[in-house]
Design a protein around this ligand. Structure first.
Ligand code: FAD
Length: 379
């Protein structure tokens, strides 16, 4: 069975591509990944989308409250008024799954497995899944995402054992006191002291931006690494009173809020005895992985500006179409960088826009091929 389109990735870019393909009535196979790929992806950890117009709990709340007027609904109104209705990335994908199953049954074939290899046989893409299924398609769209580097904290357990691990940050990452995305979450820091985890120019620039934008006290924690930044940047940090601390973090000081661990933060204790107060920590340590394995297997060009480690290189795509250097192979979302010098945002709305560009390009090419059959050039 040869599909016009295969989409690999069950996150935002994959979901946006599949909905567009379904709405174009393009028969599509969607390889959504498995539990392990989900756990290692960003889509799993965005619980409260807060920077997009249209995605806000109060829109739905307002509509439901309108329906619940009258004394007889007073109790229900109270429930809705206090309900936690935040929308996360997994909610968005679950909704796409429901919609394609309900509105476009028969158009999208879902495979809940990981794609482990991809190759070309002539004009056809051949994809193998973890369970050994083979999928063939004329066009292939990848949106397999990235994972951020996390700080390892050398913390002591209650029993006195020192464990140097990233696990200590999970409660804070899950409760948005550790942040990962300046555009999405940066505004949360607007009234609170913040540290930036990172040792280079990017961390320094984020610290400067927070200080300039929100007027908050900022510090940089390199967590044991040497701080490296341009002379001009160092001068500006000095001017703003932003210090870079190079000692390892040995304790996360949980906040004095009433919620469970991770819901509030007080600061950090360093190995040299310093205490750095902070209500938020922004992680700016770069990417741990760009999931580009399938693109690499197919020979797609990667962005060499990302450095020598191929596992951290973004896949280069054309801005107008999201096509990679391999004809018929498209890539969208966080794993990509558009050719040229304009920055590529890692955002839900950019992933969606570029997924739509890719699918509409594939659709146009397939319709053009039909036109040629309908009116042969020499006929
Ligand atoms: C903490 C945090 C908060 C954020 N908040 C916002 C926000 O408020 N607003 C906003 O616009 N953006 C936000 N973002 C960014 C947003 O989450 C990403 O831009 C978006 O999820 C990128 O979509 P993607 O499809 O590239 O990757 P993902 O959504 O991460 O999806 C990747 C998918 O690929 C699958 N996969 C991986 N490998 C394979 C394989 N081999 N086979 C099959 N499937 C595979 C995974 O299982 C996963 O389903 C946030 C990011 C973070 C980290």
């Amino acid at each position: 069975d040869l599909f016009p389109l295969a989409v690999i990735g069950g996150g935002i870019g994959g979901g946006a591509a599949v909905l567009r393909a379904a709405q174009n009535m393009m028969r599509t196979v969607w390889i959504r990944g498995d539990r392990a790929t989900a756990r290692a992806s960003r889509v799993k950890y965005v619980y409260n989308i807060d920077n997009m117009i249209g995605i806000h709990p109060d829109i739905v709340r307002g509509k439901v409250l309108e329906l619940l007027q009258g004394e007889e609904h007073a109790a229900a109104r109270a429930v809705v008024e206090n309900a936690h209705l935040h929308i996360g990335t997994q909610d968005i994908v679950d909704n796409v799954v429901e919609r394609v199953r309900g509105e476009f049954a028969g158009t999208v074939t879902e495979i809940e497995d990981k794609a482990v290899s991809a190759r070309r046989e002539g004009e056809v893409f051949v994809i193998e899944t973890g369970a050994g299924a083979t999928v063939k398609s004329r066009a292939l769209l990848l949106s397999t995402g990235v994972m951020d580097e996390q700080p390892s904290i050398k913390m002591r357990t209650k029993a006195g054992k020192v464990i140097d691990d990233i696990r200590w940050i999970y409660p804070y990452a899950n409760n948005e006191t550790f942040l990962y995305c300046v555009i999405c979450e940066g505004h949360l820091t607007r009234e609170a002291s913040t540290v930036v985890f990172g040792a280079g120019e990017t961390a320094a620039q984020i610290g400067i931006l927070f200080h300039e934008r929100y007027g908050i006290p900022v510090a940089i924690l390199t967590n044991g690494e040497r701080f490296e930044a341009a002379e001009k940047t160092r001068a500006l940090l000095g001017g703003y009173g932003i210090r870079a601390f190079e000692s390892r973090v040995v304790e996360i000081l949980d906040g004095d809020g009433e919620g469970p661990r991770g819901t509030s933060l007080r600061g950090f204790r360093l190995e040299d005895g310093t205490t750095v107060p902070a209500r938020f920590a922004m992680i700016a340590m770069g990417l741990h992985r760009v999931y580009n394995d399938l693109a690499r297997q197919l020979g797609a060009e990667l962005d060499a500006r990302d450095g020598p480690d191929e596992g951290k290189r973004h896949v280069l795509v054309e801005a107008a179409t999201s096509e990679t250097s391999v004809p018929g192979l498209f890539a969208v979302g966080d794993m990509t960088r558009r050719r040229g010098t304009s920055p590529s945002y890692k955002q839900i709305y950019t992933a969606q826009e570029y997924a739509v560009r890719a699918v509409n390009t594939i659709d146009l090419r397939q319709r053009r091929a039909r036109r040629e059959k309908a009116v042969p050039r020499n006929g």
